[in-house]
Design a protein around this ligand. Structure first.
Ligand code: B12
Length: 472
Protein backbone atom coordinates (compact mmCIF):
# COMPACT_ATOMS: atom_id res chain seq x y z
CA UNK A 1 0.00 0.00 0.00
CA UNK A 2 1.72 3.11 -1.14
CA UNK A 3 1.29 5.60 -3.79
CA UNK A 4 3.22 8.79 -4.13
CA UNK A 5 6.59 7.41 -3.06
CA UNK A 6 6.16 4.45 -5.41
CA UNK A 7 5.08 6.70 -8.27
CA UNK A 8 8.09 8.94 -7.81
CA UNK A 9 10.52 6.02 -7.82
CA UNK A 10 8.84 4.75 -10.96
CA UNK A 11 9.20 8.08 -12.71
CA UNK A 12 12.81 8.53 -11.62
CA UNK A 13 13.76 5.07 -12.86
CA UNK A 14 11.93 5.63 -16.15
CA UNK A 15 13.78 8.89 -16.64
CA UNK A 16 16.94 6.85 -16.34
CA UNK A 17 15.86 4.48 -19.10
CA UNK A 18 14.51 1.66 -17.00
CA UNK A 19 11.22 0.10 -18.01
CA UNK A 20 8.93 0.10 -14.96
CA UNK A 21 5.73 -1.89 -14.69
CA UNK A 22 3.62 -0.34 -11.93
CA UNK A 23 1.10 -2.90 -10.72
CA UNK A 24 -0.82 -0.48 -8.50
CA UNK A 25 -1.56 -0.80 -4.80
CA UNK A 26 -2.44 -3.75 -2.59
CA UNK A 27 -1.42 -6.31 -5.21
CA UNK A 28 -1.22 -9.91 -3.89
CA UNK A 29 2.18 -11.66 -3.96
CA UNK A 30 1.08 -14.23 -6.53
CA UNK A 31 0.12 -11.59 -9.07
CA UNK A 32 3.38 -9.69 -8.60
CA UNK A 33 5.44 -12.84 -9.07
CA UNK A 34 3.41 -14.10 -12.04
CA UNK A 35 3.88 -10.74 -13.74
CA UNK A 36 7.61 -10.73 -12.98
CA UNK A 37 7.92 -14.11 -14.72
CA UNK A 38 5.74 -13.07 -17.64
CA UNK A 39 7.81 -9.97 -18.43
CA UNK A 40 11.09 -11.56 -17.38
CA UNK A 41 11.72 -8.75 -14.87
CA UNK A 42 15.26 -7.95 -13.76
CA UNK A 43 14.22 -6.61 -10.38
CA UNK A 44 11.09 -6.64 -8.20
CA UNK A 45 10.35 -3.55 -6.09
CA UNK A 46 7.87 -3.29 -3.21
CA UNK A 47 6.63 -0.14 -1.51
CA UNK A 48 5.01 0.16 1.94
CA UNK A 49 3.19 3.08 3.54
CA UNK A 50 1.73 1.65 6.75
CA UNK A 51 2.81 -1.13 9.12
CA UNK A 52 0.70 -3.97 7.68
CA UNK A 53 2.64 -3.71 4.39
CA UNK A 54 5.76 -4.82 6.26
CA UNK A 55 4.34 -8.27 6.86
CA UNK A 56 3.25 -8.56 3.26
CA UNK A 57 6.81 -7.82 2.16
CA UNK A 58 8.11 -10.70 4.28
CA UNK A 59 5.50 -12.90 2.62
CA UNK A 60 6.59 -11.83 -0.89
CA UNK A 61 10.24 -12.60 -0.01
CA UNK A 62 9.26 -16.07 1.25
CA UNK A 63 7.26 -16.70 -1.90
CA UNK A 64 10.16 -15.62 -4.10
CA UNK A 65 12.35 -18.16 -2.29
CA UNK A 66 9.75 -20.91 -2.54
CA UNK A 67 9.09 -20.30 -6.22
CA UNK A 68 12.81 -20.34 -7.05
CA UNK A 69 13.30 -16.69 -8.02
CA UNK A 70 16.84 -15.35 -8.16
CA UNK A 71 16.32 -11.67 -9.14
CA UNK A 72 16.92 -8.87 -6.59
CA UNK A 73 14.13 -7.53 -4.40
CA UNK A 74 14.07 -3.80 -3.62
CA UNK A 75 12.22 -2.46 -0.58
CA UNK A 76 11.07 1.16 -0.09
CA UNK A 77 8.31 3.37 1.29
CA UNK A 78 7.63 5.58 4.30
CA UNK A 79 7.14 2.82 6.84
CA UNK A 80 10.04 0.59 5.74
CA UNK A 81 13.53 0.68 7.20
CA UNK A 82 16.94 -0.82 6.73
CA UNK A 83 16.55 -2.49 10.13
CA UNK A 84 13.27 -4.19 9.23
CA UNK A 85 14.64 -5.21 5.83
CA UNK A 86 17.81 -6.68 7.38
CA UNK A 87 16.07 -8.42 10.27
CA UNK A 88 12.82 -9.63 8.75
CA UNK A 89 12.92 -9.65 4.96
CA UNK A 90 16.43 -10.44 3.85
CA UNK A 91 16.75 -13.71 5.81
CA UNK A 92 13.73 -15.06 3.86
CA UNK A 93 15.29 -14.86 0.42
CA UNK A 94 18.69 -16.20 -0.62
CA UNK A 95 19.19 -13.52 -3.30
CA UNK A 96 19.75 -9.76 -2.96
CA UNK A 97 17.23 -7.87 -0.83
CA UNK A 98 17.99 -4.17 -0.56
CA UNK A 99 16.32 -1.33 1.29
CA UNK A 100 16.32 1.93 -0.70
CA UNK A 101 15.76 5.07 1.32
CA UNK A 102 14.71 7.41 -1.45
CA UNK A 103 14.08 7.63 -5.16
CA UNK A 104 17.39 9.28 -5.99
CA UNK A 105 19.26 6.25 -4.65
CA UNK A 106 17.09 3.80 -6.56
CA UNK A 107 18.90 4.56 -9.83
CA UNK A 108 22.33 3.83 -8.37
CA UNK A 109 21.14 0.67 -6.67
CA UNK A 110 19.42 -0.65 -9.81
CA UNK A 111 22.52 0.22 -11.82
CA UNK A 112 24.81 -1.69 -9.47
CA UNK A 113 22.51 -4.71 -9.41
CA UNK A 114 22.30 -4.94 -13.18
CA UNK A 115 25.98 -4.36 -13.83
CA UNK A 116 28.03 -7.52 -14.28
CA UNK A 117 31.15 -5.84 -12.93
CA UNK A 118 29.63 -4.17 -9.90
CA UNK A 119 26.89 -6.53 -8.78
CA UNK A 120 28.95 -9.03 -6.81
CA UNK A 121 30.88 -6.47 -4.81
CA UNK A 122 27.83 -4.31 -4.19
CA UNK A 123 25.67 -7.20 -3.03
CA UNK A 124 28.43 -8.57 -0.79
CA UNK A 125 28.75 -5.13 0.82
CA UNK A 126 25.02 -4.83 1.54
CA UNK A 127 24.89 -8.41 2.84
CA UNK A 128 27.75 -7.78 5.23
CA UNK A 129 26.04 -4.63 6.49
CA UNK A 130 22.74 -6.48 7.06
CA UNK A 131 24.51 -9.29 8.92
CA UNK A 132 26.04 -6.65 11.17
CA UNK A 133 22.67 -4.98 11.73
CA UNK A 134 21.18 -8.34 12.73
CA UNK A 135 24.05 -9.12 15.08
CA UNK A 136 23.86 -5.73 16.73
CA UNK A 137 20.16 -6.10 17.14
CA UNK A 138 20.46 -9.63 18.58
CA UNK A 139 23.02 -8.50 21.15
CA UNK A 140 20.96 -5.52 22.23
CA UNK A 141 18.36 -6.25 24.82
CA UNK A 142 15.70 -3.69 23.97
CA UNK A 143 13.50 -4.85 26.83
CA UNK A 144 16.22 -3.77 29.25
CA UNK A 145 15.25 -0.12 28.80
CA UNK A 146 11.62 -0.80 29.62
CA UNK A 147 9.74 -0.94 32.91
CA UNK A 148 7.04 -3.49 33.78
CA UNK A 149 3.55 -2.43 32.70
CA UNK A 150 2.36 -2.03 36.31
CA UNK A 151 5.23 0.33 37.02
CA UNK A 152 4.51 2.31 33.85
CA UNK A 153 0.86 2.56 34.86
CA UNK A 154 1.89 3.91 38.26
CA UNK A 155 3.78 6.69 36.43
CA UNK A 156 0.80 7.84 34.34
CA UNK A 157 0.32 11.47 33.21
CA UNK A 158 -0.57 13.35 36.39
CA UNK A 159 -3.89 15.09 35.87
CA UNK A 160 -5.72 16.65 38.79
CA UNK A 161 -9.22 15.45 37.94
CA UNK A 162 -10.73 16.74 41.16
CA UNK A 163 -10.18 20.31 40.06
CA UNK A 164 -11.09 19.84 36.43
CA UNK A 165 -14.41 19.89 34.68
CA UNK A 166 -14.34 18.30 31.23
CA UNK A 167 -16.12 20.40 28.61
CA UNK A 168 -19.49 19.04 27.51
CA UNK A 169 -19.94 18.84 23.71
CA UNK A 170 -22.34 21.45 22.36
CA UNK A 171 -23.37 19.00 19.65
CA UNK A 172 -22.99 15.46 20.97
CA UNK A 173 -23.32 12.36 18.78
CA UNK A 174 -22.39 11.61 15.18
CA UNK A 175 -22.60 14.15 12.35
CA UNK A 176 -21.63 13.69 8.75
CA UNK A 177 -20.74 16.29 6.12
CA UNK A 178 -20.93 15.85 2.37
CA UNK A 179 -19.78 17.88 -0.61
CA UNK A 180 -17.63 20.02 1.68
CA UNK A 181 -16.51 23.02 -0.42
CA UNK A 182 -12.92 22.47 -1.49
CA UNK A 183 -12.10 26.18 -1.42
CA UNK A 184 -12.84 26.25 2.32
CA UNK A 185 -10.59 23.25 2.87
CA UNK A 186 -7.78 24.69 0.72
CA UNK A 187 -7.26 27.55 3.18
CA UNK A 188 -6.00 24.98 5.72
CA UNK A 189 -3.35 23.36 3.51
CA UNK A 190 0.07 22.82 5.03
CA UNK A 191 2.24 23.32 1.96
CA UNK A 192 5.45 22.20 3.68
CA UNK A 193 4.39 18.57 3.31
CA UNK A 194 3.47 19.11 -0.29
CA UNK A 195 7.12 19.84 -0.99
CA UNK A 196 8.15 16.79 1.02
CA UNK A 197 6.06 14.63 -1.27
CA UNK A 198 8.28 15.88 -4.09
CA UNK A 199 11.43 15.22 -2.10
CA UNK A 200 12.09 18.92 -1.54
CA UNK A 201 12.88 19.24 2.16
CA UNK A 202 12.42 22.63 3.73
CA UNK A 203 9.68 24.77 5.19
CA UNK A 204 7.05 26.65 3.24
CA UNK A 205 7.11 29.59 2.44
CA UNK A 206 10.89 29.98 2.98
CA UNK A 207 11.57 27.15 0.53
CA UNK A 208 10.30 29.35 -2.34
CA UNK A 209 13.32 31.63 -1.83
CA UNK A 210 15.84 28.92 -1.08
CA UNK A 211 19.03 29.52 -3.10
CA UNK A 212 19.24 25.87 -4.17
CA UNK A 213 15.67 24.61 -4.23
CA UNK A 214 13.78 27.88 -4.76
CA UNK A 215 13.42 27.71 -8.52
CA UNK A 216 12.16 24.15 -8.52
CA UNK A 217 9.92 24.84 -5.52
CA UNK A 218 8.32 27.84 -7.21
CA UNK A 219 7.64 25.89 -10.38
CA UNK A 220 6.00 23.09 -8.40
CA UNK A 221 4.01 25.56 -6.34
CA UNK A 222 2.75 27.39 -9.42
CA UNK A 223 1.73 24.12 -11.05
CA UNK A 224 0.05 23.00 -7.82
CA UNK A 225 -1.92 26.21 -7.49
CA UNK A 226 -3.02 26.04 -11.11
CA UNK A 227 -4.19 22.46 -10.66
CA UNK A 228 -5.84 23.25 -7.33
CA UNK A 229 -7.79 25.97 -9.06
CA UNK A 230 -9.06 23.50 -11.65
CA UNK A 231 -9.80 20.88 -8.98
CA UNK A 232 -11.98 23.42 -7.20
CA UNK A 233 -13.71 25.10 -10.14
CA UNK A 234 -14.21 21.93 -12.17
CA UNK A 235 -15.08 19.86 -9.08
CA UNK A 236 -12.54 17.10 -9.78
CA UNK A 237 -12.63 15.85 -6.20
CA UNK A 238 -15.30 15.34 -3.58
CA UNK A 239 -14.80 15.69 0.17
CA UNK A 240 -16.77 14.05 2.97
CA UNK A 241 -16.33 13.68 6.69
CA UNK A 242 -17.88 12.27 9.82
CA UNK A 243 -17.28 13.31 13.41
CA UNK A 244 -18.60 11.90 16.66
CA UNK A 245 -18.47 13.24 20.21
CA UNK A 246 -19.28 10.62 22.83
CA UNK A 247 -19.64 10.29 26.59
CA UNK A 248 -16.57 8.36 27.71
CA UNK A 249 -14.38 7.50 30.68
CA UNK A 250 -11.03 5.85 31.06
CA UNK A 251 -11.07 2.32 32.39
CA UNK A 252 -7.48 1.41 33.11
CA UNK A 253 -5.63 1.99 29.83
CA UNK A 254 -8.84 1.73 27.80
CA UNK A 255 -11.46 4.31 26.92
CA UNK A 256 -15.04 3.18 27.41
CA UNK A 257 -17.48 4.94 25.09
CA UNK A 258 -21.02 4.96 26.43
CA UNK A 259 -24.26 4.70 24.48
CA UNK A 260 -25.67 7.79 26.23
CA UNK A 261 -25.19 10.27 29.02
CA UNK A 262 -26.56 7.82 31.62
CA UNK A 263 -23.22 6.01 31.12
CA UNK A 264 -24.83 2.73 32.08
CA UNK A 265 -24.10 0.92 28.83
CA UNK A 266 -20.82 0.71 26.95
CA UNK A 267 -21.11 1.16 23.19
CA UNK A 268 -17.53 0.08 22.58
CA UNK A 269 -14.06 0.37 24.05
CA UNK A 270 -10.97 1.93 22.50
CA UNK A 271 -7.74 0.30 23.63
CA UNK A 272 -4.64 2.37 24.22
CA UNK A 273 -0.99 1.52 24.63
CA UNK A 274 1.27 2.98 27.28
CA UNK A 275 4.82 4.21 26.86
CA UNK A 276 6.99 1.64 28.59
CA UNK A 277 10.44 3.18 28.29
CA UNK A 278 12.20 4.07 31.56
CA UNK A 279 11.54 7.75 32.29
CA UNK A 280 13.70 10.28 34.11
CA UNK A 281 12.15 12.14 37.06
CA UNK A 282 9.40 14.52 35.93
CA UNK A 283 8.63 12.52 32.77
CA UNK A 284 5.73 10.14 32.49
CA UNK A 285 4.77 6.84 30.90
CA UNK A 286 1.96 8.38 28.90
CA UNK A 287 -1.07 6.67 27.44
CA UNK A 288 -3.91 8.34 25.55
CA UNK A 289 -6.37 7.04 28.16
CA UNK A 290 -4.62 9.29 30.72
CA UNK A 291 -6.30 12.30 29.07
CA UNK A 292 -9.82 11.08 29.81
CA UNK A 293 -11.26 11.17 33.36
CA UNK A 294 -11.10 7.68 34.90
CA UNK A 295 -14.51 6.05 35.48
CA UNK A 296 -13.80 5.78 39.23
CA UNK A 297 -13.64 9.59 39.57
CA UNK A 298 -17.32 9.75 38.62
CA UNK A 299 -16.51 12.79 36.44
CA UNK A 300 -18.37 12.77 33.11
CA UNK A 301 -15.86 13.10 30.29
CA UNK A 302 -15.97 12.76 26.49
CA UNK A 303 -13.91 11.52 23.58
CA UNK A 304 -14.29 12.35 19.91
CA UNK A 305 -13.56 10.58 16.64
CA UNK A 306 -13.37 11.55 12.99
CA UNK A 307 -12.79 10.19 9.49
CA UNK A 308 -12.48 12.34 6.40
CA UNK A 309 -11.49 12.14 2.76
CA UNK A 310 -10.83 14.53 -0.08
CA UNK A 311 -10.21 11.78 -2.61
CA UNK A 312 -13.73 11.00 -3.83
CA UNK A 313 -13.69 10.61 -7.60
CA UNK A 314 -9.90 10.75 -7.96
CA UNK A 315 -9.34 7.40 -9.69
CA UNK A 316 -10.71 8.18 -13.18
CA UNK A 317 -8.81 11.51 -13.20
CA UNK A 318 -5.53 9.84 -12.29
CA UNK A 319 -6.18 7.07 -14.83
CA UNK A 320 -6.78 9.69 -17.54
CA UNK A 321 -3.44 11.40 -16.82
CA UNK A 322 -1.67 8.05 -16.79
CA UNK A 323 -3.27 7.00 -20.05
CA UNK A 324 -1.89 10.24 -21.42
CA UNK A 325 1.59 9.32 -20.08
CA UNK A 326 1.40 12.43 -17.93
CA UNK A 327 2.86 10.99 -14.70
CA UNK A 328 3.70 14.45 -13.43
CA UNK A 329 0.06 15.53 -13.37
CA UNK A 330 -1.05 12.17 -11.95
CA UNK A 331 1.36 12.52 -9.03
CA UNK A 332 0.50 16.21 -8.63
CA UNK A 333 -3.20 15.38 -8.34
CA UNK A 334 -2.57 12.70 -5.72
CA UNK A 335 -0.25 14.99 -3.78
CA UNK A 336 -2.87 17.74 -3.74
CA UNK A 337 -5.63 15.32 -2.75
CA UNK A 338 -3.47 14.15 0.17
CA UNK A 339 -2.89 17.77 1.21
CA UNK A 340 -6.61 18.45 1.02
CA UNK A 341 -7.35 15.40 3.17
CA UNK A 342 -4.91 16.63 5.84
CA UNK A 343 -6.31 20.16 5.49
CA UNK A 344 -9.83 18.83 5.96
CA UNK A 345 -8.71 17.06 9.15
CA UNK A 346 -7.29 20.39 10.35
CA UNK A 347 -10.44 22.29 9.41
CA UNK A 348 -12.74 19.76 11.09
CA UNK A 349 -10.63 19.82 14.23
CA UNK A 350 -10.85 23.64 14.35
CA UNK A 351 -14.62 23.45 13.94
CA UNK A 352 -14.90 20.79 16.61
CA UNK A 353 -13.02 23.03 19.05
CA UNK A 354 -14.98 26.16 18.24
CA UNK A 355 -18.42 24.83 17.30
CA UNK A 356 -19.30 21.19 17.73
CA UNK A 357 -17.55 20.43 21.03
CA UNK A 358 -17.09 24.15 21.58
CA UNK A 359 -14.49 23.98 24.29
CA UNK A 360 -12.51 26.81 22.66
CA UNK A 361 -15.29 28.99 21.17
CA UNK A 362 -13.12 32.10 21.02
CA UNK A 363 -10.07 30.50 19.49
CA UNK A 364 -8.57 32.62 16.75
CA UNK A 365 -5.58 30.98 15.18
CA UNK A 366 -3.83 31.52 11.90
CA UNK A 367 -3.10 28.56 9.65
CA UNK A 368 0.50 28.76 10.84
CA UNK A 369 -0.60 28.59 14.50
CA UNK A 370 -2.56 25.49 13.65
CA UNK A 371 0.34 23.89 11.85
CA UNK A 372 2.40 24.61 14.98
CA UNK A 373 -0.42 22.96 16.98
CA UNK A 374 -0.97 25.99 19.20
CA UNK A 375 -4.46 24.85 20.16
CA UNK A 376 -6.00 22.94 23.01
CA UNK A 377 -6.41 19.21 22.49
CA UNK A 378 -5.03 16.64 20.06
CA UNK A 379 -6.27 14.38 17.24
CA UNK A 380 -4.01 11.31 17.21
CA UNK A 381 -4.47 9.11 14.15
CA UNK A 382 -4.52 5.35 14.46
CA UNK A 383 -1.20 4.18 13.09
CA UNK A 384 0.71 7.24 14.31
CA UNK A 385 3.20 6.92 17.17
CA UNK A 386 0.79 7.54 20.11
CA UNK A 387 -1.64 4.88 18.83
CA UNK A 388 0.26 2.52 16.55
CA UNK A 389 -2.42 -0.21 16.36
CA UNK A 390 -4.18 0.08 12.99
CA UNK A 391 -6.89 -2.43 13.99
CA UNK A 392 -8.47 0.14 16.32
CA UNK A 393 -9.81 1.77 13.14
CA UNK A 394 -12.43 -1.02 13.07
CA UNK A 395 -13.86 0.34 16.33
CA UNK A 396 -13.73 3.92 15.10
CA UNK A 397 -15.59 2.89 11.95
CA UNK A 398 -18.21 1.23 14.12
CA UNK A 399 -18.60 4.28 16.39
CA UNK A 400 -18.91 6.68 13.45
CA UNK A 401 -20.64 4.34 11.00
CA UNK A 402 -17.86 5.78 8.90
CA UNK A 403 -18.27 3.74 5.73
CA UNK A 404 -21.92 4.62 5.34
CA UNK A 405 -21.36 8.24 6.38
CA UNK A 406 -18.32 9.00 4.20
CA UNK A 407 -17.83 6.14 1.74
CA UNK A 408 -14.34 5.51 3.16
CA UNK A 409 -13.75 1.78 3.63
CA UNK A 410 -11.02 -0.22 5.29
CA UNK A 411 -9.02 -2.85 3.44
CA UNK A 412 -7.92 -6.09 5.09
CA UNK A 413 -4.73 -4.34 6.14
CA UNK A 414 -6.76 -1.42 7.55
CA UNK A 415 -5.73 1.03 4.87
CA UNK A 416 -8.41 3.58 4.05
CA UNK A 417 -9.83 3.88 0.55
CA UNK A 418 -9.93 6.48 -1.00
CA UNK A 419 -6.25 6.80 -0.12
CA UNK A 420 -6.43 10.55 0.52
CA UNK A 421 -8.05 9.99 3.89
CA UNK A 422 -7.31 10.66 7.54
CA UNK A 423 -8.97 9.42 10.71
CA UNK A 424 -8.38 9.52 14.44
CA UNK A 425 -9.60 10.44 17.90
CA UNK A 426 -10.16 13.83 19.56
CA UNK A 427 -9.01 14.65 23.09
CA UNK A 428 -9.91 17.99 24.65
CA UNK A 429 -7.86 18.06 27.84
CA UNK A 430 -5.35 20.96 27.86
CA UNK A 431 -2.57 18.61 29.00
CA UNK A 432 -3.13 16.15 26.16
CA UNK A 433 -0.16 15.97 23.83
CA UNK A 434 1.35 13.81 21.11
CA UNK A 435 3.94 11.26 22.16
CA UNK A 436 5.42 8.04 20.85
CA UNK A 437 4.48 4.81 22.61
CA UNK A 438 7.77 3.32 21.40
CA UNK A 439 8.89 -0.16 22.31
CA UNK A 440 6.59 -2.53 24.18
CA UNK A 441 7.40 -5.43 26.47
CA UNK A 442 5.60 -8.75 26.36
CA UNK A 443 3.63 -8.04 29.55
CA UNK A 444 1.88 -5.05 27.98
CA UNK A 445 1.28 -6.74 24.63
CA UNK A 446 -0.24 -9.78 26.40
CA UNK A 447 -2.44 -7.51 28.52
CA UNK A 448 -3.45 -5.53 25.43
CA UNK A 449 -4.32 -8.71 23.49
CA UNK A 450 -6.53 -9.81 26.35
CA UNK A 451 -8.26 -6.43 26.59
CA UNK A 452 -8.92 -6.51 22.86
CA UNK A 453 -9.97 -10.14 22.88
CA UNK A 454 -7.47 -10.84 20.11
CA UNK A 455 -5.04 -13.79 20.01
CA UNK A 456 -1.54 -12.67 21.12
CA UNK A 457 0.24 -13.74 17.89
CA UNK A 458 -2.24 -11.75 15.84
CA UNK A 459 -1.75 -8.49 17.74
CA UNK A 460 2.01 -9.11 17.75
CA UNK A 461 1.87 -9.07 13.96
CA UNK A 462 0.06 -5.72 13.91
CA UNK A 463 2.42 -4.21 16.47
CA UNK A 464 5.59 -5.79 15.05
CA UNK A 465 7.60 -2.53 14.76
CA UNK A 466 6.89 -1.74 18.43
CA UNK A 467 7.86 -5.09 19.95
CA UNK A 468 10.94 -5.02 22.17
CA UNK A 469 11.15 -8.81 21.99
CA UNK A 470 11.10 -11.56 19.40
CA UNK A 471 7.54 -12.84 19.06
CA UNK A 472 7.31 -16.68 19.14
C1 B12 B 1 1.92 12.30 3.28
C2 B12 B 1 1.50 11.27 4.31
C3 B12 B 1 0.19 10.85 4.26
C4 B12 B 1 -0.79 11.29 3.20
C5 B12 B 1 -0.68 10.51 1.92
C6 B12 B 1 -0.04 9.18 1.92
C7 B12 B 1 0.23 8.65 0.52
N1 B12 B 1 -0.76 8.41 -0.28
O1 B12 B 1 1.35 8.47 0.15
C8 B12 B 1 -2.15 11.11 3.91
C9 B12 B 1 -2.53 12.42 4.55
C10 B12 B 1 -3.32 10.66 3.06
C11 B12 B 1 -1.76 10.08 4.98
C12 B12 B 1 -2.67 9.31 5.64
C13 B12 B 1 -2.34 8.33 6.57
N2 B12 B 1 -1.13 8.12 7.11
CO1 B12 B 1 0.44 9.02 6.53
N3 B12 B 1 2.01 9.90 6.18
C14 B12 B 1 2.41 10.78 5.29
C15 B12 B 1 3.86 11.22 5.54
C16 B12 B 1 3.81 12.52 6.32
C17 B12 B 1 4.71 11.38 4.30
C18 B12 B 1 4.68 10.22 3.30
C19 B12 B 1 5.09 10.71 1.93
O2 B12 B 1 4.29 10.90 1.05
N4 B12 B 1 6.37 10.98 1.78
C20 B12 B 1 6.93 11.47 0.54
C21 B12 B 1 7.26 10.30 -0.36
C22 B12 B 1 7.84 10.78 -1.68
O3 B12 B 1 8.24 9.57 0.35
P1 B12 B 1 8.11 8.02 0.64
O4 B12 B 1 6.71 7.63 0.70
O5 B12 B 1 8.96 7.67 1.79
O6 B12 B 1 8.76 7.40 -0.68
C23 B12 B 1 10.12 7.56 -0.97
C24 B12 B 1 10.99 6.42 -0.47
O7 B12 B 1 10.42 5.72 0.63
C25 B12 B 1 11.26 5.60 -1.66
N5 B12 B 1 10.32 4.54 -2.02
C26 B12 B 1 9.01 4.44 -1.81
N6 B12 B 1 8.53 3.33 -2.32
C27 B12 B 1 9.54 2.69 -2.90
C28 B12 B 1 9.60 1.48 -3.56
C29 B12 B 1 10.81 1.06 -4.08
C30 B12 B 1 10.87 -0.23 -4.80
C31 B12 B 1 11.98 1.83 -3.90
C32 B12 B 1 13.26 1.38 -4.45
C33 B12 B 1 11.92 3.03 -3.21
C34 B12 B 1 10.71 3.45 -2.71
O8 B12 B 1 11.27 6.52 -2.70
C35 B12 B 1 10.28 7.50 -2.49
C36 B12 B 1 10.72 8.77 -3.12
O9 B12 B 1 11.95 9.18 -2.63
C37 B12 B 1 4.39 10.03 6.40
C38 B12 B 1 5.48 10.37 7.39
C39 B12 B 1 6.84 10.41 6.75
N7 B12 B 1 7.55 11.42 7.06
O10 B12 B 1 7.20 9.54 5.98
C40 B12 B 1 3.13 9.55 7.11
C41 B12 B 1 2.95 8.04 7.42
C42 B12 B 1 3.37 7.22 6.25
N8 B12 B 1 1.51 7.91 7.61
C43 B12 B 1 1.22 7.10 8.54
C44 B12 B 1 -0.12 6.77 8.90
C45 B12 B 1 -0.30 5.91 10.10
C46 B12 B 1 -1.20 7.25 8.15
C47 B12 B 1 -2.69 6.92 8.43
C48 B12 B 1 -3.02 5.47 8.75
C49 B12 B 1 -3.17 7.82 9.57
C50 B12 B 1 -4.65 7.81 9.80
N9 B12 B 1 -5.16 7.00 10.70
O11 B12 B 1 -5.36 8.58 9.21
C51 B12 B 1 -3.33 7.37 7.08
C52 B12 B 1 -3.42 6.18 6.12
C53 B12 B 1 -4.01 6.54 4.79
C54 B12 B 1 -4.74 5.41 4.18
N10 B12 B 1 -5.25 5.63 3.00
O12 B12 B 1 -4.92 4.37 4.75
C55 B12 B 1 2.45 6.56 9.25
C56 B12 B 1 2.70 5.08 8.96
C57 B12 B 1 3.27 4.42 10.19
C58 B12 B 1 2.92 2.99 10.31
N11 B12 B 1 3.80 2.36 11.02
O13 B12 B 1 1.98 2.45 9.86
C59 B12 B 1 3.56 7.52 8.80
C60 B12 B 1 4.98 6.91 8.64
C61 B12 B 1 3.63 8.67 9.85
C62 B12 B 1 4.21 8.24 11.20
N12 B12 B 1 5.37 8.71 11.54
O14 B12 B 1 3.64 7.50 11.95
N13 B12 B 1 -0.44 10.05 5.18
Amino acid sequence: MHDIGKNIVGVVLQCNSYEVIDMGVMVPADRILAKAREVNADIIGLSGLITPSLDEMVHVAKEMQRQGFTIPLLIGGATTSKLHTAVKIEPQYAHPVIHVKDASRAVGVAGSLLSKEMKEKYVAGVRAEYVQIRERRASRDEARDLVPLTKAQANRTPIDWEHYQPPVPAEPGVQSFHDIPLEEIAAYIDWTFFFHAWELRGRYPQILDDPEKGVEARKLFDDAKAMLHRIITEKWLGAAAVIGLFPANAVGDDIAVYTDESRSETLLTFHCLRKQGKQPPGKYNECLADYIAPAETGIPDYVGGFACTAGIGIDPRVAAFEADHDDYSAIMLKAIADRLAEALAEMLHARVRTRHWRYAPDETLSNEDMIEERYQGIRPAMGYPASPDHTEKDLLWQALDAERNTGIWLTESKAMVPTAAVSGLYFSHPDSRYFAVGKLARDQVADYAERKGMPLPEIERWLAPNLAYEAD
